[in-house]
Design a protein around this ligand. Structure first.
Ligand code: PEP
Ligand code: MG
Length: 544
């Protein structure tokens, strides 16, 4: 038995098989060959395999994300059959007597550059597609497995680190735990694990990856931050017992379903849930959340290989609103950038991505993308009680520009005779110190605030939320952060507006009393924390 130790970021216990996440990076070399005709045969086989892989992915996507999103894989299949693309590869192989991998890589570079230099945005986006299909053919030529992780029914995904785009590509029905060498508590992988109610360990150190193998049985304890690989009988029995007790304890909290979030002295607070997509709705219902306080809509973009169109987004928002049957649903406009990278946005490299081109800054620079999302949101608004929330606000001017764009979108919809609700609430995230400090100026312009403590902590303490080396400097209870929240609460209330917290700190029950005393109106937490926070609220007496 080996024991791997790191930091647990969600308290739960899981037992399953290890699946090591591998990144597919193939170095292509130029090799001279004697018989080009054999290379052409290898190429044909690799292309055939690529088409059959893509058709499988298409079928899976069709079921999971709908036809509009799945279409891209059909386009990929057509691109593989394209005559110009194939002529170029064959020409390079025969005229230069080189290996097929090299010919595909050169063709991929040439075509991608050609697409990227076109004026039309749609054609520019095809550059990423041509690279994607070419990499797939190259991996097939090298006999590399195209899957990133071997699949087991109960899999413990182990990786050096996982980017959000990689996490969303995993088969979430089968993942029972994450263990990463790097990562930090507020990274989106940790957040995703909490949303999925599964244990996760971060910061386990690089060495652990050398000590584990695909298929090893392991037990993960998200409470202690330990993973036992190939556990001995006694450890396995102890972990099975702990898992059973944990489930029983969580089942006990289920008794709080239907109960109010009210303190012993009668103060009440709303407890909502955070979600990353339609698939989290079941957990929201099961945990009896009063609404959705944060729908991270960027996951729709992360799960897609091209900009999700208005109809796709409309259907996703409509589904969430309908499922919540009139309960409040706050959808945050896309917060892409920093650690949430999507190839087709072509954001490029930045020196300081967290301080860079992200979230509302992208939306205001590329309003054509922003407007598609706003149109989908306004159209969906008639199906429930919608709040729209804007991330990364730092100034009054930005907010004014956003509100003007919202007005334009409404005017356009009216002109087209498209219905939308007049009672949508518009709010902003308080996640930069600037927004908290000028919250007296921002409050009159919106209906609500929601504090994003993950970024507010990062920007207030100058602690990169992605950097595990800074964990000990990341004091989430720092007085500076709590005072900024309190300031925003005072300013919101002075203007008759409500304020919530949707960052991870909202679930920190050692702060629930302080938040209630500040007058925070709503806490939005991962679905699995709703009943725990309710339990804490119901045991508090603020009169004491
Ligand atoms: C936050 O910053 O606290 C937040 C809720 O947003 P995200 O974690 O998605 O950046
Ligand atoms: Mg944030």
């Amino acid at each position: 038995m080996k024991t791997v130790s790191g930091k647990g970021v969600y308290g739960a216990v899981a037992i399953g098989r290890i699946s090591v996440f591998k990144r597919q990076e193939v170095q292509v070399k130029r090799v001279r060959i004697e018989r080009p005709e054999l290379e052409l045969t290898r190429l044909e086989a690799a292309k055939e395999a690529a088409i059959s892989q893509l058709s499988e992915i298409y079928e899976k996507a069709l079921k999971e994300v709908g036809e509009a999103n799945a279409q891209i894989f059909e386009i990929h299949m057509m691109m593989i059959e394209d005559d110009d693309y194939n002529d170029s590869i064959a020409n390079i192989i025969t005229s230069q007597s080189v290996n097929a991998e090299y010919a595909v890589a050169v063709t991929s570079d040439n075509f991608a550059e050609m697409f990227a230099s076109m004026d039309d945005a749609y054609m520019q986006a095809r550059a990423a597609d041509v690279r994607d299909i070419s990499n797939r053919i190259i991996r097939n030529l090298c006999n590399r497995d195209t899957a990133n992780a071997v699949s087991y029914d109960k899999m413990i995904v182990c990786a050096d680190d996982l980017a959000p785009s990689e996490t969303v590509s995993l088969d979430k029905d089968k993942v029972v735990a994450f263990v990463t060498a790097h990562g930090s508590s507020n990274s989106h992988t940790a957040i995703l694990a909490r949303n999925m109610n599964i244990p996760a360990i971060i910061g386990a150190g690089e060495e652990f990856l050398a000590q584990i193998h695909d298929g090893d049985v392991a037990a993960v304890d998200g409470y202690t931050g330990e993973m036992f690989v190939c556990p001995d009988e006694e450890t396995l029995a102890r972990m099975e017992k702990k898992q059973k007790e944990d489930l029983e304890k969580k089942a006990l909290l289920q008794n709080l379903k239907g109960k109010e979030n009210v303190t012993l002295d009668g103060k009440s607070i709303k407890i909502y849930a955070n979600i990353g997509g339609v698939s989290n709705i079941g957990a929201v219902m099961m945990n009896d959340a009063g609404g959705i306080g944060l729908f991270r809509s960027e996951f729709l973009y992360l799960e897609s290989s091209d900009y999700p169109d208005e109809e796709t987004q409309f259907l996703a928002y409509k589904k969430v609103l309908e499922s919540m049957a009139g309960k409040k649903v706050i959808i945050r406009t896309l917060d892409i950038g920093a650690d949430k990278q999507v190839d087709y946005f072509k954001l490029g490299q930045e020196e300081n991505p967290a301080l860079g081109f992200r979230a509302i800054r992208i939306c205001l620079t590329r309003p054509e993308i922003f407007k598609v999302q706003l149109r989908a949101l306004y159209r969906a608004s008639v199906y429930g009680s919608l709040g729209i929330m804007f991330p990364m606000i730092t100034s009054v001017e930005e907010l004014r520009e956003i509100l003007e764009i919202c007005e334009t979108v409404k005017e356009e919809l009216r002109a087209e005779g498209v219905e939308y609700s007049e009672s949508i609430e518009l709010g902003i995230m308080i996640e930069t110190p600037a927004a908290a400090i000028i919250s007296d100026l921002l409050a009159p312009m919106v209906d609500f605030f929601s504090v994003g403590t993950n970024d507010l902590t990062q920007y207030t303490l100058a602690v990169d939320r992605q950097n595990p080396m800074l964990e000990r400097f990341c004091d989430t209870h720092h007085e500076a952060i709590l005072r900024l929240i309190e300031l925003a609460a005072r300013n919101a209330h002075a203007h008759g507006k409500w304020i919530g917290i949707c960052g991870e700190l909202a679930a920190d029950t050692s702060l629930t009393e302080r938040f209630l005393r500040m007058g925070i109106d709503e806490l939005s937490v991962s679905p699995g924390f709703v009943l725990k926070v309710r339990d804490t609220v119901r045991k508090l007496d603020l009169s004491k």
